[in-house]
Each structure stands twice: as C-alpha cells, then as structure tokens.
Design a protein around this ligand. Sequence first.
Ligand SMILES: Nc1ncnc2c1ncn2[C@@H]1O[C@H](COP(=O)(O)OP(=O)(O)OP(=O)(O)O)[C@@H](O)[C@H]1O
Length: 393
Amino acid sequence: MANIEDIKKELSNIKYPGFAKSIVEFGFVKDIQVNGSEASILLDITSSAQEVEDQLRKEIGAAMSSIGVNATLSFNKPQAPKQQSNSTSGQNMAPQIKKVVMVSSGKGGVGKSTTTVNLAIATAMQGKRVGILDADVYGPNIPRMMGLNGQEPEIVGNKAKPLNAYGVDVMSMGVLMEEGQALIWRGAMIMKAIQQLLRDILWEELDVLFIDMPPGTGDAQLTLAQSVPVAAGINVTTPQHVALDDSRRSLDMFKKLHIPIAGIVENMSGFICPSCNTESDIFGMGTCEELASQYNTQVLGNLPIEPAIREGGDSGKPVTYFNPESVSAKRYMMAAEKLINFIDNQDEVSNEAIQPTMPAGVSACSTEGQRIKAEQEAAKKSGGSCGTGCGCH
Ligand SMILES: Nc1ncnc2c1ncn2[C@@H]1O[C@H](COP(=O)(O)OP(=O)(O)OP(=O)(O)O)[C@@H](O)[C@H]1O
C-alpha cells in the first residue's frame, strides 16, 4: 500500500505547466493525507488559469493510479481577474490594465515605435507599472529597440508571459513570429492577432499599457478600441505639412472612436548637431502647436533628430534609459509627465460608445462604417433601434 513518501516521490516527477521545475520543488504541495488506497492532496498554485489546474489534475491522477492510489485533489489558487469593463456594455479583454494608451501615426516611418519605447520607459521611470504591446504587425520593431531580439517568452499553461526590459513588460508579434517573416496580413487576421495579444498574454496588473499600432487608420485601431477602453490616444508626426495631413486623419480617427486625445508628439523637430550641439530647423519646427489647438489637445513633446535616438533604437539601448542627460531623454520625460497628468486626471473611460455600433470587420472610419453610422443615427432620431442588437431603442 502506498504511503505519503511514495506519493511525494510520484508528485516530484510532475512539472508545473510551462516550467522545468516540479510542483514539489516549487513547494506547491501543501498537504497529503492517506487512508488506505484513498489520498487527499492539497496544492497551492500561483496561476488562476483553469488550464493549469486541468493539466495538473490529469497528470497527478495518472501518477496516483500508477501506484494504486485514488486521489482527491484540492487547489488553492489566486482568483482570476474579473471580466468586467469600465462601461456597462463595453468589452474589456484586459481588466487588470488600468489605462491603455494607443500610439498611432498617419503614416509609417515617423518614429512611432521610437516614441512608444522612450515614452514607456520614461513613464516607468516616474514610478508607474508599464507595459508595451507591439501591435504593429507589419513592422514589429519593439523587441529590437528594447534589446529583446531573439528572446523567447516563457509559456505558462497555454499563455505566454511578457518579456521585460528596462522595467517595462513587452509583448510583440515580433517575439511570436520567426525573425524576418514577411507579414501580408489583412483585416480579419490583424483583428484576431490584436485580441490574442490582449487575451492570451499574461499581462500583470499594469498602470499603463502602451500599444504601438500599425501606421494608418484601419481595422487594427477599431479592433483595439472595441476590445478595451482606450484611455488616451497619442499621435506621432513629423512637422512637415505633408505629414500633418496624415496626422489629421489619425486625430479624426481618435475622435470617431471616442478615444480621448492625450496629445501630439512632434518628432524629428529640428536637428541637434552632435559636434556643436546647436539645434537647426530641418523639417519645420513647432507646426504641431496649431494642429493641437484645432483638436483641443496639447503637444506632448518636440523631439529633435538626434543621432543618439537612432543609435539607441538600433542597439536596443533606448536613449531615455541610457542617456538620461540628453536633450531627447529630458523631452521624453516631460512628455511622459504630461501624459501621466492627462490619464490620472480623467474620468472613467468606456468604449461603450463604439462597442455595439459596428459589425465585426467594418471599420468605423471606412465608407461602409460611415454609412452604417448614419443609418443608426437616423434610426435613433426616429425612435427606432439601431439594428445592431446593442439594446438601444
Ligand atoms: N528623433 C529621432 N532622431 C533620430 N532618429 C530617429 C528619431 N525618431 C526616429 N528615428 C529613427 O527613424 C527610424 C524610424 O523610426 P520608427 O521605427 O520609430 O518609426 P515608425 O513610425 O514606428 O515606423 P513604422 O511605422 O514603419 O514601424 C528608426 O531608425 C529610428 O531610430
């Protein structure tokens, strides 16, 4: 007949899902009671995920059967975060994240990822718990910029833990894909990927999650705004007038998606000469002030073209962390301060306003989206329902 030692020996062969150590080595086995061929085993585990408990039940059950023991298992585990939303009807796939900040740009190459990385680090340096979700599926550059290239996430159950660098949790499509894999994804796949990055990643409790969006105003932006309440939108642009036109589209999108606009980052605003340290105007400087006032928002910061910014991005050593005395690092710190001020002083944000209105796959900013919206508004005015099942009358 098996005794406690025999049972312990069997349990010491059972690995905690996703880890190399066993449940005994982790100290998760808290109590074993034996009565003849019956045993009761109490485990204290760290994951609230049902899959982890299920897997352990299966493996322990089989191990106990192999030594003729019929085991009753009890699990102590943390409570799963409640699936509640900031709004009554809106969806919130990541309720453990206090504020989601969407970083967007009207077009590619203006420094959106560079801004995300440095603003996130600056926000963490001011005492917030911060994460970055790199949702730029077309060019997921965040791992390289954060010095995380080639690192693989730890898998717990069937979820992945974010990586961490410079005090910031990071998850990116770039970490989950083969390096250099070309992405020719379209609408529905991007939407699914973004939802998975929110739902299937073990994000800890965070004060702020920065999301680096693909450039432009499309499905990804809508999916995100419908999946979690977005507390703030940041637009990154360069100061040339041609770039500002794209920027307007991005700011209009924030308005249509009911995303509060935290401000504009004017990137590549002037050039700081590394030899003489003087600042010269190249693309125009300060053009974003007028744009900001048109959208009733602020300029969060004017970031010069500074070789240290580019070098920091390429080498995975962000300027804000490694060169805090540089002009750019100081401006990122100021921008983060303004952002924190904005999100700390806002009322609860909900995504209720956009949640029910668009059928899946239709962008609120598309022509089809605009047509549906106009129909819904007309229906509401005439006292009818909007027809999307949102419960309005
Ligand atoms: N202020 C700056 N000074 C010097 N180099 C910069 C600055 N901002 C960005 N860069 C460099 O410009 C390049 C493009 O920046 P980044 O990848 O951040 O742009 P992006 O808008 O995210 O691009 P995409 O949309 O294509 O992903 C990078 O090499 C980056 O290091």
